[in-house]
Design a protein around this ligand. Structure first.
Ligand code: CP
Length: 316
């Protein structure tokens, strides 16, 4: 595996292997000094053309914990603003000796295009509506570890609620969750469902109240107002009434049910209950797990010389 562009490129063995390596990384992250020499001498560039808090900082933390050098490229303060092309930007960074690019862009397909312009590995950190593979992997990791079933989600029902149409997270999660055996139920108004959703391996419901008391995971999505060409919903208050996780809906969740959200949350829109008041909330655990998953992805792609470089004796 050289690149990570799309979850569909991963076999089940690849997925299970990354989740397994993430267990090793989680063990590193629990140490007093959470740092190992596995990627010493490698240089990783985060190349973000769109805003991010979690994904960029999580990748940079992951790279540093593996002792890689990190270059941070932010389009907003770069020569892109002087007219430099995407290709010239990537070729310039490649000439500095970068071994892996972590790329976010508002247009679907940009990470794939960049992979054709560099010999380095390319990791998709979110491209348009298309894919967000490491978010999907960290979500699959979070659910499998919570339920103690490391290689399967068989028998579990995950409700993904909200703006499915514009969501790259939904696309990655649906692929990973269903291939691990889960039943996925999409809950959204018709205007926030993708066209041809009937060809997807999911069930569809039209309100939260149809599913809320009978799911193992409720996975809320952010309303992506910045990706809508025009108003996809006539009234945000009506959306909140029918689709938000309210205190009343949180109260009927099954005892073991998990609450998840990829962040950033729009409080008062898709969620009106305080997640701190929901016993099953794993929203911050998703962030913690994200570092372990991104360490696992970097280690897997960049051929960390051996698993022995992760042992306690191998601390940098
Ligand atoms: N989940 C996610 O991609 O968050 P950021 O946009 O903050 O990176």
């Amino acid at each position: 595996m050289k690149h990570l562009l799309d979850t569909h490129d991963l076999s089940i063995d690849d997925i299970v292997n990354i989740l397994d390596v993430a267990d090793r990384m989680a063990e590193v992250n629990r140490r007093q000094v959470p740092k190992v020499p596995a990627l010493k001498g490698k240089t990783i560039a985060t190349v973000f053309f769109e805003d991010s808090t979690r994904t960029r900082l999580s990748f940079e933390t992951a790279a540093r914990r593996l002792s890689a050098d990190v270059l941070t490229f932010l389009a907003s303060s770069s020569s892109v603003n002087k007219g430099e092309s995407l290709r010239d930007t990537i070729e310039t960074l490649s000439a500095m000796g970068v071994q892996a690019f972590v790329v976010r862009h508002k247009s679907s397909g940009v990470p794939l295009q960049l992979s054709q312009w560099t010999d380095a590995s390319v990791i998709n950190a979110g491209d348009g509506w298309h894919q967000h593979p490491t978010q999907g992997l960290l979500d699959a990791y979070t659910i499998t570890r919570e339920f103690g079933t490391p290689t399967s989600l068989a028998g579990r029902t995950v409700a993904i609620v909200g703006d499915i149409k514009h969501s790259r997270v939904a696309r990655s999660n649906i692929d990973l969750f269903t291939r691990l055996g889960a039943r996925v139920v999409l809950v959204a108004p018709p205007s926030l469902l993708p066209s041809h959703v009937e060809t997807w391996p999911v069930d569809v419901r039209s309100t939260m109240d149809d599913v809320i008391d009978n799911v193992d995971v409720v996975y809320l999505l952010r309303m992506q107002l910045e990706r809508m060409q025009s108003a996809s919903i006539p009234n945000l208050a009506e959306y909140t009434r029918l689709y938000a996780l309210t205190p009343e809906r949180a109260a009927v969740l099954q005892d073991h049910a998990l609450l998840m959200h990829p962040g950033p949350m729009n409080r008062g829109v898709e969620i009106t209950v305080d997640p701190a008041d929901v016993a099953g909330s794993r929203i911050l655990q998703q962030v913690t797990n994200g570092v372990s998953i991104r360490m696992a992805v970097l280690f897997t792609l960049l051929g960390g010389d051996s698993v022995s470089s992760l042992t306690a004796g191998g601390e940098a």
